[in-house]
Design a protein around this ligand. Structure first.
Ligand code: ARG
Length: 461
């Protein structure tokens, strides 16, 4: 169905139609288009444009269109319509005849595309938040399985200080909790009702816009019709939230690809989330995590694409804006798919506790604990740092690990090492000095894990 044409002597060329039609991708908005059009029909009735009977006829016809679309996988086959909005009106015409000509009374596709995309995206925000909850829940289970495991924490990918395994997993939890928040904020900005704006100047018919908003479950209405036609900030907000979540997923993936490698050897990924090699029989490759890491680049690209599309567009609507949909749809598909995949990977992880503990013991991750103990005993921290630095240098030269030292040997190395300091040669001991809110102290981490479970429960409430 063509929604325009009177002003043209000839129709659009085949090449232009092929070039500009968007039905092949915006068809996924059909549910939203029908729901929005039904609410618009009810509003046209309230505004006195449609009789009660006409309104019912139109609303029922829309219901049957949606039923057919859901039942028939070939529903769109052979359609040559410009976009989903034109397609749906065509289907309406086939059901209600000339009456279909009234549904566009004072309505522009500029507001309709904003409405439809917002309705659809509102659902995607909820999906993304749901998958985040699933991932966070899997992470908390993974933390709780090994409550006392000690791993070396890294900076610069060099062993830095010992931390508890749940402390590390809770760091990931914090990232995804912020993402949950960001998707909530995106939803708040998406959930604003644009209908009644016309093409750019506002509708010429007396719609009760608040009533349309209530009808469709929107929190509020837009306040400027020109802004409606020009605005895609709400799509950018969602794609930004998706991008940050993908970056978090990518960093998790990178960590776990490393930790499950033979070089680290701490972690075993489940058979169900790994692949073999067509040539090398021994291989067990972390493809699920590599794909997540790979897809993160794609979502960063979508954000960039949308930003560049919007930059420099004159007010208000321009057809360039049709290019918003593919990156938006793809960002939603990728982030939701990757969150689901990451939760399954987290459920499959087995930690070989002894390996990271041995890695912590074999290195000098306790050096900071020792220096801080000297400082607590009255040595200026700079001197304490120097003394422990020399201890590490001497040990590295002679192939000594912290466990190869004891109280007497330490005292002989430097008088500042009083006997009580020697217990900090054990990585488990130093962590007990870090019972500060947000730190890796064992009691603090146990409490943080409980609090995280409560926070997660509140997210789903
Ligand atoms: N398919 C168009 C889009 O996605 C719908 C709006 C068309 N409006 C117009 N004036 N051509 O943006």
């Amino acid at each position: 169905m063509k929604l325009w044409g009177g002003r043209f002597e000839t129709g659009p060329s085949e090449i232009f139609e092929r070039f500009s039609n968007s039905l092949h991708f915006d068809k996924r908005l059909i549910g939203a288009d029908v729901e929005g059009s039904q609410a618009f029909a009810r509003s046209l009735h309230r505004a006195g444009v449609l009789t009660a009977e006409e309104c019912t006829q139109i609303v029922d016809a829309f219901d049957s269109i949606l039923r057919d679309a859901e039942a028939d996988p070939n529903f769109f086959d052979g359609a040559t319509d410009e976009d989903v909005h034109s397609f749906v009106i065509g289907k309406l015409g086939a059901r209600v005849g000339a009456l279909a000509g009234k549904i566009h009374t004072g309505r522009s596709r500029n507001e309709q595309v904003s409405l439809d995309t917002r309705l659809w995206l509102r659902g995607e925000c909820d999906k993304s938040r749901g998958w985040l909850v699933a991932l966070m829940s899997a992470l908390l289970d993974l933390a709780g399985k090994y409550p006392n495991a000690v791993i070396p924490g890294y900076t610069h990918l060099r062993r830095a200080q010992p931390v508890l395994w749940p402390h590390y997993i809770l760091a990931l939890f914090e990232m995804f909790a912020r993402d949950f928040d960001r998707f909530g904020e995106a939803r708040r900005r998406v959930n604003v009702m644009p209908l009644g704006s016309g093409a750019l100047a506002g509708s010429g018919f007396p719609h009760d816009r608040e009533a349309i908003a209530r009808d469709l479950g929107f929190d509020s209405i837009t306040l400027n019709s020109m802004d409606v036609s020009a605005d895609r900030d709400w799509a950018l907000d969602y794609v930004y939230a998706a991008t940050v979540a993908m970056i978090h997923l990518s960093r998790l993936s990178e960590d776990w690809i490393l930790y499950s490698s033979e070089e680290f050897g701490w972690m075993e990924l489940g058979d169900g989330v790994t692949s073999g090699s067509s040539l090398m029989p021994q291989k067990k490759n972390p493809d699920s995590l590599e794909l997540i890491r790979g897809k993160s680049g794609r979502v960063v690209g979508s954000l960039n694409s949308l930003l560049v599309t919007m930059k420099g567009l004159p007010m208000t609507y321009n057809r360039d804006m049709q290019e918003d949909k593919e990156p938006l749809f793809d960002a939603a598909d990728q982030v939701n798919g990757c969150l689901e995949m990451a939760a399954a990977v987290a459920e499959s992880v087995v930690l070989r506790e002894q390996v990271p503990f041995d890695a912590a013991e074999a290195s000098w991750v306790v050096a900071t604990d020792l220096a801080e103990a000297l400082a607590r005993n009255g040595t200026a921290f700079h001197s304490a740092h120097q003394i422990v630095g020399r201890l590490v240098l001497e040990s590295v030269r002679n192939g000594k690990r912290p466990a190869d030292w004891n109280a007497e040997a330490l005292a002989a190395f430097a008088p500042e090492f009083t006997p009580d300091v020697a217990r900090l040669l054990d990585p488990r001991e130093g962590m007990k000095t870090r019972e500060i809110l947000g730190g890796t102290g064992p009691a603090t981490v146990a409490k943080a894990l409980l609090t995280a479970r409560e926070r997660l429960a509140a997210m789903t409430a």
